[in-house]
Ligand binder design. Sequence first.
Ligand code: PLP
Length: 227
Amino acid sequence: MTVDAAALVARLGEVQARVARASERAGRAPESVTLVAVSKNHPVDALRVMYDAGVRDFGESYVQEWLAKADALPDDIRWHLIGRLQSNKAKLIDARAHLVHAVDRASLLDALQRRADAPLDILLQVALGDEDSKAGVSPEGLATLLARARGCDKLRVRGLMTIPPPATHPGQNLAHFERLRALCEAHSAPELPLEVRSMGMTDDFEDAILAGATHLRVGTALFGART
Ligand SMILES: *Cc1c(COP(=O)(O)O)cnc(C)c1O
């Protein structure tokens, strides 16, 4: 697959402009929103184009694919692992992981804790608005999972993440995003703030900004459709 660098850079500019406009509407500084470029299934050359255009936050879903890309690309990239993780992959996650977004169960906490490495920053994934989803802890189960995570000395819980159902119209997921923000506030403790709110994808990131997202996970709008 050849990479159309001009198209990628143009899409990046469009998305950054949309982020800036939505931030302004929300009365937020654009720097308070981190755009994570979700590059799963896209070739290293496409990431390199985005890197050269200034992107430093990349999101990957599959551990082996991520490790190969991390080997090939500069080491000042902040790598976000955003996909559902199998517990047996936890031991492969090394210090190059900046933030693990989708921790949703006790067995995965235990597997991440057993890695002997330096402390790892994680987010707990909460299931909102998608009754069928097997990914994510329920809002009712969050306190229990959070207590367990805070008991793991190799893990630092930085905040929460959610993947609501795909949005077909503006405003559709706004209530879910506001709920995630409220959960972050409700479950923060003085020494243990939940400051990271990872929410918003290609079809709904403007609503996520309105509701207080700190990290957007945007793939298609930046890289085009995944094959
Ligand atoms: C693939 C993926 C995204 C990006 O989705 P787009 O709709 O392409 O922006 C965001 N978050 C997660 C968890 C993903 O797996």
